[in-house]
Design a protein around this ligand. Structure first.
Ligand code: FAD
Ligand code: NAP
Length: 535
């Protein structure tokens, strides 16, 4: 199809078929827009299609880490665990695709490589890896915040002749490590989950740790009839709480500041919230992300926990973080991580002090030791937040390149639109609450906003929308300013792009609270899309 055809092949091109792309396809087609979806993977699911490593699981409870848009779906679907594992979440997303007949909108196994806006026709041309093109009036990127794998430059990696597996591109058929010697590089959320599962299967497990993380138990358990009945009877209230909370979760805000209560009360509150498990722990006090002293109260609690579980004091010390306040990097959540290091065949190797120097055959050599391994698991993370979008050659009017535009850091208006790139929307885009909110909620809020915007444009006869540069500058500065008032800048995390060599240091997430953000988006829409130019 010619790129200059004034009648596009579809109204909206959607990139990605995870939580975001699926819901975008549902919502936009329900409103009568024609869509063409593209998905690199061979089926729907996004993160849950790719991350099939042992132990992969959500760390938001399934009853709220799920779609809210269909009350019938909510009532029909049953989760077997409080925190579901990857196969069940993938089944859920497959069920959503079947139930709402969404697969027909997507081309699977099809990676978008370029998107080019033609000023004369006002259309985007979207090109895939085979060179095929379609034209669309709008592009909605639902390409994901954690979908672009980081392939780390580890000395000798190409010379390792055992199997190399990425947690984020795990073989569909799975892997059985029984009787095998396995190495894991990476102790973020993926590595931690994989380690505690692989530890219980492999003959030997070597964990190569560069930086220790604070790992919080979730106390996962099967759901039961009473809990299910409560959730289903209260779903509207639960969802309303999610949409009006600061984290997209159905929890009450913290009751008090850690520094404002007595030692006894502080201790009792910590025990109480630790007992609830997972991210609820961070709701114990209101000042955890703002005050070093308050944060330290939590750190000390977890340090004591690590010491109480890990029998070897040297290993316990090595597993104890010493370079960032708790929560300023996304804390991994797992119930058996620390216990894994009490198993006789599990060894923790400190590659901060003694880095990997090379590999050859089945041997991994650090500056201190050598290890013989059958398989190496890389849980080394993602080029997060901007990576998937920048992997596509996005060009706006006059050939303006998004890669050039963002060379010194991303600029967006509300994480929804980008100045200089008309008719392009990003779902959970850079500088929106995205990964610091419960993501299905963030996804639904963005898709609903975009869909309403497109419907309004259709109604009022507008064909083009673009973020204004001054509105973008104001928002971009605001996001940085809000982050600067927290403890987040005290960590080198992927939130800042610190894990990707050469990536500009910029806090990629709005931390001013999901509900505040949602209200701002609402008022922008109600006031006729202030900060956007419509024509
Ligand atoms: P994704 O699920 O990442 O989907 C994006 C899709 O776009 C992918 O399928 C990808 O293949 C496709 N794509 C990307 N680029 C292209 C291209 N150029 N062409 C075609 N297709 C493309 N968040 C939470 O809130 N709670 C959790 O418990 C939680 N657990 C997580 C566990 C793991 C292991 C990971 C990695 C992330 C987790 N997250 C969690 C964050 C997660 O990113 C979101 O919850 C959610 O899955 C995001 O959905 P999405 O559709 O926006 O993106
Ligand atoms: P990550 O948090 O970026 O962790 C990557 C790990 O690999 C870190 O330990 C890092 O060490 C290490 N690493 C990276 N490059 C390395 C190198 N060259 N040499 C040695 N070590 C290296 O990635 P992730 O674990 O995949 O998690 C990413 C995000 O996905 C999470 O924060 C979370 O938001 C989401 N997630 C959620 C869950 C869940 O429970 N729901 C599960 C998995 C993922 P350094 O710290 O030293 O850089």
């Amino acid at each position: 199809m010619a790129a200059t055809n004034r009648h596009p092949d579809c109204d909206v091109a959607i990139i990605g078929a995870g939580f975001a792309g699926l819901y975008a396809a549902y919502k936009l087609t329900t409103l009568g827009f024609s869509v063409a979806g593209f998905e690199k993977g061979n089926d729907v699911g996004g993160v849950w299609y790719w991350n099939r490593y042992p132990g992969a699981r959500c760390d938001c409870e399934s009853y709220y880490y799920s779609y809210s848009f269909s009350p019938e779906l909510e009532q029909d679907w049953n989760w077997s665990l409080r925190y579901s594992e990857q196969p069940e979440i993938l089944r859920y997303l497959g069920h959503v695709a079947d139930r709402f007949d969404l697969r027909r909108h997507f081309r699977f196994g099809t990676a978008v490589t370029a998107a080019t806006f033609d000023d004369a026709s006002g259309l985007w041309t979207v090109e895939d890896a085979s060179g095929a093109r379609i034209t669309a009036r709008f592009v909605v990127s639902a390409a994901g915040c954690l979908s672009q794998i980081q392939r780390p430059a580890i000395p000798g990696l190409d010379d390792f002749t055992g199997e190399v597996l990425y947690t984020a591109a795990w073989p569909q058929e799975g892997r059985d490590f029984t009787g095998k010697r396995v190495g894991v590089i990476g102790t973020g959320a993926s590595g931690v989950q994989a380690i505690s599962r692989i530890a219980r299967q492999a003959k030997e497990l070597v964990v190569f740790q560069r930086t220790a993380n604070w790992v919080i138990p979730v106390w996962n358990a099967p759901t039961n009839a009473q809990f299910d009945a409560w959730v289903k009877a209260n779903y509207r209230d639960i969802r309303a709480k999610c949409f009006t909370s600061s984290g997209g979760t159905p929890f009450d805000p913290p009751r008090a500041a850690a520094l404002a209560v007595s030692d006894a009360e502080r201790r009792a509150t910590l025990e109480e919230f630790w007992g609830m498990g997972g991210i609820k722990f961070f709701s114990a006090f209101s000042d955890v992300f703002a005050s070093v002293e308050a944060n330290e109260v939590m750190c000390e609690f977890v340090r004591a926990y690590i010491r109480s579980i890990v029998k070897d004091p040297r290993t316990a010390a090595l597993l104890t973080p010493n370079d960032h306040p708790i929560g300023t990097k996304r804390p991994p959540m797992d119930d058996a991580y620390y216990e894994s290091f009490n198993l006789p065949h599990v060894k923790l190797v400190d590659i901060r002090s003694h880095p990997i120097a090379g590999m050859s055959g089945h041997t991994v050599t650090t500056t201190a030791e050598r290890f013989e391994l059958d398989a190496l698991v890389l849980a080394t993370g993602f080029d997060a937040i901007t990576g998937a979008l920048l992997a596509i050659d996005v060009k706006g009017p006059g050939g303006r390149s998004l890669r050039d535009e963002w060379a010194k850091g991303a600029g967006t208006y509300l994480g929804l639109g980008i100045a200089g790139f008309p008719n392009l929307f990003t779902v959970t885009g850079p500088l929106s609450p995205s990964v610091l909110a419960n993501m299905p909620v963030a996804v639904e809020q963005h898709v609903d906003w975009i869909a309403r915007c497109l419907a309004t444009m259709r109604e009022r006869g507008f064909g083009r929308i673009e973020a204004q540069r001054d509105a973008q500058s104001e928002w971009t500065a605001h996001v940085a300013q809000v982050a600067d008032h927290t403890l987040y800048p005290r960590s080198n995390s992927w939130y800042f792009g610190s894990n990707i060599p050469g990536k500009p240091r910029q806090f990629g997430v709005y931390v001013g609270g999901f509900s505040n953000y949602r209200e701002r988006c609402e008022s922008v829409a109600q006031d006729g899309y202030t900060g956007f130019s419509l024509s």
